[in-house]
Write a protein that binds this ligand. Sequence first.
Ligand code: DAK
Length: 275
Amino acid sequence: MEFVTYEQEGYVGIVTINRPKALNALNSAVLEELEATFKAVDLEATRCLILTGAGDKSFVAGADIGEMSTLTKAEGEAFGKKGNDVFRMIETFPIPVIAAVNGFALGGGCEISMSCDIRLCSDNAVFGQPEVGLGITPGFGGTQRLARLVGAGMAKQLIYTARNIKAADAYRIGLVNDVFKATVDEEGNVTATAQENLLAGAKKMAAGIAANAPIAVRNCKKAINDGLQVNIDEAIVIEEKLFGDCFETEDQKAGMGNFLAPKDKKVKVVPFQNK
Ligand code: DAK
């Protein structure tokens, strides 16, 4: 792969968009490689993914404006479909995906982060949907996912004004779950950069998720995603089905068995087997 790398650390997979010279902008090749990378993830061996960008300046600075600028209507539609298919694949991917936003997350960059389950960012992160300034609407789900995440009023403000916001404001409006900054020692020397702390924080969260019962975690993702699309009565039925689906699994027996075991037989970390 030219633009996407994949590393496996225990149960956690790290997908990195690696096109730093163009601030990791999404062109067709990046989208195709992202799709291939996600499709190749071994779901037996992987329980959580992290999606990040190469370098310390940008997560993803949007769709590739150079490539888009010459598209015909038909080509624009095909490009939009490719992006939407990839983003929807991430959103519905069976295991959780954490976006580790290490800088600019603009346009398609903000949108791809919103197709992930959870967003963490470094304190230099910048979020925004600048599309109306380019003469287009957010086309990779921005009008839909931003409104669902931060509410219609705030989404409309961000989209209509095309104004970027910094990490602290993204945290304030609930677009990101946490912001990481550099650590400095008593003399003021940087001992870990914001990006290093971001990736460490994302890995820690991913490992925590991976330590829980994998079938239950997957079913929670599906229940939340599917339930948000329907009314509450239908949503409760979805939840019931996915709740019932956990029973008779080895993981359910192991989890509840450990809770009920005598104190001296309890383990701190239940060795869930994904079965
Ligand atoms: N596309 C292509 N190249 C980009 C890019 C992008 N989005 N963003 C940055 N680059 C490139 C720059 O051209 C430059 O390349 P060289 O000149 O060095 O070859 C390199 O990355 C470094 O960028 P800068 O020199 O501009 O760096 P600065 O630090 O000065 O500025 C910046 C950083 C992020 C503020 C600036 O680069 C910038 O404003 N970038 C554009 C951000 C943006 O507007 N993003 C939204 C793109 S629109 C669709 C669905 C979805 C979409 C479209 C259609 N359909 C349904 C059809 C999505 C649209 C978008 O995402």
